[in-house]
Design a protein around this ligand. Structure first.
Ligand code: AMP
Length: 185
């Protein structure tokens, strides 16, 4: 399996712009639009993910709204597999199932179409979950639970960036393996 060199990781990290105090004071927002706008960085990332996952027989890639759609759909096409969107409530048009999770104040929810995953012979589909970034891990943990609730098996949760100081991966690791391309502390 191809691993990224220190130089390649630095190139990717430098391609991501950081915006201070967005969307609220104290948050350092990792803006991946600058990575997408740099063809060398975008291709480096997608080649790396293709190499990592090409032998894993993934039946579906599930992307978390909205930046997980970009990387997830691109990877699904490269792996010649299927893509499923995991969305905020009220966005998916057909019957959905959902999973709630706690925020610092209040609750949030992720939803998926009830028939999102189907396989011949009633096999359990193998799903790769993808998002741009893991912070507290609340969204991704709920998404893993949702995938399992929908009758599939989440074999790994993949992130472009892990904000390691928040230790958001610890909870998800109880249910699936976690892979982050870049770690930031
Ligand atoms: P969490 O549930 O706390 O892990 O938050 C993860 C979600 O919020 C992901 O969909 C991220 O895109 C977004 N997010 C959280 N913190 C940041 C950040 N510092 N920069 C960019 N996106 C973030």
């Amino acid at each position: 399996m191809h691993t990224l060199s220190t130089v390649e990781k630095k190139y990717l990290l430098d391609s991501i712009r950081e915006i201070e105090d967005f969307p609220k004071p104290g948050i350092k927002f990792k803006d991946i639009t600058t990575l997408l706008g740099d063809e060398k960085a975008f291709n480096l990332l997608m080649d790396h993910l293709t190499n990592r996952y090409k032998e894993m027989h993934i039946d579906y890639i599930a992307g978390i709204e909205s930046r997980g759609f970009i990387f997830g759909a691109a990877l699904a096409a490269l792996l010649k597999t299927r893509f499923v969107p995991i969305r905020k409530p009220g966005k998916l048009p057909y019957t959905t199932i959902s999973e709630k999770y706690s925020l610092e104040y209040g609750v949030d929810e992720v939803t998926i179409h009830i028939d999102a995953f189907s396989m011949p012979n009633n096999q359990k589909p193998k799903v790769l979950l993808i998002d741009d970034l893991i912070a507290t891990g609340g969204t991704a943990t709920a998404a893993v639970n949702l995938i399992n609730k929908a009758g599939a098996e989440c074999i790994e949760a993949c992130f472009v960036i892990n904000l390691t100081f928040l230790q958001g991966d610890l909870d998800i690791k109880k249910t699936t393996s976690v892979y982050s391309v870049l770690e930031v502390d």
